[in-house]
Design a protein. Sequence first.
Length: 136
Amino acid sequence: MKLFDQIIFGQGGDCFRTCIAILSDAEKLEDVPNFCSVYSANTWWNETRKWCAERGFVVAEYSYPAGWKPAGEMLWIGNGPAERGLEHSVIMAGDHLYHDPHPSRKGLLKVTSATVVLYCKEEMEWYSNYKAGGFK
């Protein structure tokens, strides 16, 4: 797994794309679209899910209830406010910061949602059949 740093900052930055690149084991950051700025507010999440499915990954987002602690050291994307006044995304391992793609490395003020990216062979097979125009 390669750790990348974001290269676009401020509103429309690419922290979420950077986290997707890390968890999907992308070869280069540039191989992953900057979903949050390339697509509209109404379509970026579906485009993220589609891109991940094409590569055999299932992606889901969950609210993050106060006091909840993930089990183990599973890597996931934590989303929430950063001290810079913007929403931000980081890689978490269990309940602690694993990698902040921003050069400050300060993480989040709090986690408000969790995005999970899991490799799923069945998802890859389903998407291949779907793209071919039917199911086998």
